[in-house]
Design a protein around this ligand. Sequence first.
Ligand SMILES: Cc1cc2nc3c(=O)[nH]c(=O)nc-3n(C[C@H](O)[C@H](O)[C@H](O)COP(=O)(O)OP(=O)(O)OC[C@H]3O[C@@H](n4cnc5c(N)ncnc54)[C@H](O)[C@@H]3O)c2cc1C
Length: 482
Amino acid sequence: LESSKHRWELHGKITHHKKVSFGDSPTNLRKGMTVLKKLQSLGIEVLVEAEDLENYGRDWTRFHKVATCGIAFPKSTDEVSAILKACGAQGLPVVPSGGRTGLAAGAVATQGELVVNLSRMNRILDWDPLSLTLHVEAGIVHEAVQEFLRPQGLHWPVDLASKGSCQIGGNLATNAGGLRVIRYGHARRWVQSLKVVLADGRLMELHGPVEKNNAGTSLRDLFIGSEGTLGIIVEARLRAASLPKNRLTLLTSVPSLPAALEILKELRKKQLPILAFEFFRENCLQRVLEKTQLRPPFRNSSAAAVLMDLELADVSEIPESLSTADTIVAETEEQARNLWAYRENITESLAQLGFVYKHDLALPLRKMPAFVEKVESEFSQRFPGAELYLFGHLGDGNLHLNVVWPKKDPDGKLLSLCEKQNEWIFSEVVALQGSISAEHGLGLLKRKYLSFAKSPTELEMLRKLRKVFDPQGLLNPGKGIE
Ligand SMILES: Cc1cc2nc3c(=O)[nH]c(=O)nc-3n(C[C@H](O)[C@H](O)[C@H](O)COP(=O)(O)OP(=O)(O)OC[C@H]3O[C@@H](n4cnc5c(N)ncnc54)[C@H](O)[C@@H]3O)c2cc1C
């Protein structure tokens, strides 16, 4: 069904869709028209132009055909509640959407769902300097939170390269990790309370403005990392922390992954405070140099590099083994930013290459070299014509394994090949007691592989739980655990 066959009266004018496919979801489209009219009558902003549907109907991934009946932009909790009630009345499914930087296709609409985008709910509601908590609406952009806290010597200790676009609601719905997990842990640790709107439109405040609240089981923690499948997060109280007093940024070349792990071992042996410990292979660096204005960091070519932030006051505290010609120590904040640019531009640089299939794996550190060796030994036979790009938050045991072809995938053959090989990669990961998703979540991309993620008993419990929160199955259908 093509939406061009339909004319909708919205914003007081006739809007004519062009070339927007609703796939196999004509029913949702029909329900969508009723819901959109209802939302319009309530004064809630909605978009239905083809470009907007395409833009807001997806996240950073490009594997699925977008099919959404419209995009709603609530400005308040009441509006979120009204939207969910209207959808519930019609049985129209909903995709909660934040900054759309997700890498697991969690915010992608493929069944004609209504996308509920939180970006108009972006206010700071309260700052409490006594408890160091910042009360925000969920649609606030991550960087705006840091900009508020930084002048006070504080930060929200979750840091990720997508910070300019991702939203706090998205960060919490994915329990984001990022560049500082080694020191501060995932987003979950830095949340005091949440307000969520349930599928039936009711509002729940979870935990409240107190540090300690052990009055029974915490539902707050269930919502963190639930990828929009249990409710829509509308507000959060975030815990702030002091910015590290000192920070030394170092980039060093290493001949191999085991050599990088030796550095980590030495830092840990000396009990040096590590703020970040990142790894990337030489081919990742090359692609960044090609796509940016950055100059090569090392005089000689190197197989890989480790980028570290250490909380040290003085260069004299840097271990001797790192005081080599192959180590660059940032002397100014600007130099530190430049060193970080090599790492932070990898995802975007790879995205421009052709077809990129990403894995976000967690492995016990000790077992990682054996895993990488195994993948490399079979890579060219299993992925003919592709190149392997490895980088990630090595200190956390989090490897971003990217399979890249220098061409597009118009007929979906490369995607099928990658999906076929997932069974092999995930079996290896599970055999080593790793995880198939370290920080990006399951979304649409990993839903076929749930048996590699959870035990049958855990899956059964999670399915039941989802039904309790959303008996009609309207919240982010097809995503994560169903
Ligand atoms: C360059 C780049 C670097 C990245 N680096 C990292 C990294 O280091 N670590 C990391 O963890 N991730 C990383 N990511 C992935 C992404 O930025 C995170 O997953 C981020 O937390 C997503 O936030 P978002 O607002 O963009 O969410 P979206 O992509 O919009 O949505 C993500 C999921 O959350 C749900 N959701 C969004 N808002 C809400 C809400 N208010 N209530 C309920 N559910 C909601 C959506 O339905 C979806 O399932 C990176 C992405 C890019 C492009």
